[in-house]
Design a protein around this ligand. Structure first.
Ligand SMILES: Cc1ncc(COP(=O)(O)O)c(C=O)c1O
Length: 402
């Protein structure tokens, strides 16, 4: 060590987060995070845990008793679903239309099971016909896994139709709702989802690091009837429930992330206050305004309109623009973060998030104004002077219909 000046406190810059997540966190949620830490078996904390479970049941539209936040990010929720429901030698149908289906495949393999892949192009939703064909060809498959909201592209798949198919073939369904929860319609019980996991850092606008999960009775029965022990001690739902279970008895399993759970509680209280359907409508409105502005500039979407996620807008980068330079300028000059493309779309698309608290008029207008200024300054081929007006037009129309 040559420099013996000790580091000082870390003060992050104040950004506007309009990438693929994490999203802007509401000040109420940040304030909740800084409340005094209490013991994880303190009666006051245990009472709050029960509220978190109830609020999650509301957010997921389920009565599943086995509904709780796993103490780790969305990837751990994914792993919790697979390690609890899949045993060595099983067959699982895995749909892949972007990055995250690939991770599901890997989870299945690491469980000692065989993934049967149903592949769709990036930017397209999962094709129910292909899933039907795969289920028919593999009657011994125990589960069907797919991503509701593919964050790598912004495509939304039809959960209800896919779960209907799963049930028709007596297959459990495992659904990735990391980017969908709170942003688009999602009804766990009505749509017959068996296992679902999400994240806190997207449309819930909470801090990253927690993963809400929920298991249907059918899924819980499968876990109880396993012939092998769940290979992960930390994610074994039988053990986790000893801490999260109701009925007053709580046994130490791990030290819960107490303050992040205050934050989740607050984020879910806010969702309840707003109302789920109002939150879905808000995401749609701001997406329509953003899309109007981007299209007025002449930009094209990656995903067809009927399959687009309002909270994740993938648009082709206009000709003449240097992707990395533009995103750096947005960050440095406007404190605005948008996301880069992934995989084959790296350098070809941007992913503009409108998730949770970030899904608001001020962000839409600032993002359009900043994008237009920086693209134009870099000599990109866009129409100028029209984007903000097009977005405002959507808001004015909304007020008139209102
Ligand atoms: C669809 C999807 N699944 C899973 C994950 C993994 O979540 P985390 O990064 O919180 O582990 C993400 C994260 O972006 C995601 O978008």
């Amino acid at each position: 060590m040559t420099d013996d000046t000790p580091p000082g406190s870390f003060h992050p810059p104040v950004r506007t987060l309009m990438g693929p997540g994490p999203s802007d966190i509401h000040p109420r949620v940040l304030a909740a995070l800084s409340r005094p830490t209490i013991g994880h078996l303190d009666p006051a904390f245990v009472a709050m845990m029960d509220e978190v479970k109830g609020l999650l049941q509301y957010a997921l539209q389920t009565r599943n008793p086995l509904t709780l936040p796993v103490s780790a990010p969305g990837s751990a929720g994914m792993e919790a679903c697979f390690v609890n429901l899949v045993e060595p030698g099983d067959k699982v149908i895995v749909c892949q239309n972007g990055v995250f289906g690939g991770r599901m495949k890997e989870n299945v393999e690491r469980c000692g099971a065989t993934p049967i892949m149903v592949v769709d192009d990036w930017g397209k939703p999962v094709d129910p016909q292909k899933v039907d064909d795969a289920l028919r060809a593999n009657p011994d498959a125990v589960a069907l896994a797919f991503v509701h909201a593919e964050t790598s592209t912004g495509a939304c798949s039809d959960v209800k139709t896919l779960c209907d198919l799963g049930r028709q073939y007596d297959c459990l369904t495992i659904v990735d709702a990391v980017t969908s929860l709170g942003g688009v319609e999602l009804r766990v019980d009505a749509w017959g989802v068996d296992a679902i996991y999400s994240g806190t850092q997207k449309c819930l606008s909470c801090v990253p690091g927690l993963s809400p999960v929920s298991f249907s009775e059918r899924a819980a029965a499968r876990i109880a009837a396993r012939s092998t022990r769940v290979q992960s001690w930390f994610l074994d739902m039988n053990l986790v429930m000893g801490y999260w279970g109701s009925g007053g008895k709580r046994a130490y399993h791990h030290t819960a992330p107490i303050n992040p759970l205050y934050a989740l509680h607050e984020a879910l209280v806010m969702l309840r206050e707003e109302g789920l359907e109002a939150a879905w409508a808000r995401h749609r409105l701001h997406h329509r305004a953003l899309a109007a502005g981007l299209q007025a500039m002449g930009m094209r979407f990656l995903v067809a309109e009927e399959h687009r996620l309002p909270q994740l807008n993938s648009v082709y980068i206009p000709a003449g623009v240097d992707d990395a330079r533009l995103r750096t300028t947005l960050l440095e000059d406007y404190n605005l973060e948008i996301g880069a493309g992934l995989g084959d779309f790296a350098g070809k698309v941007w992913r503009i998030g409108l998730m949770g608290h970030a899904s608001r008029k001020q962000n839409v207008l600032q993002c359009l104004a900043a994008l237009e200024a920086v693209i134009a300054a870099q000599g990109g081929e866009i129409n100028t002077g029209v984007a903000v007006a097009a977005a405002r037009g959507v808001y004015e129309q909304q007020v008139m219909q209102g």
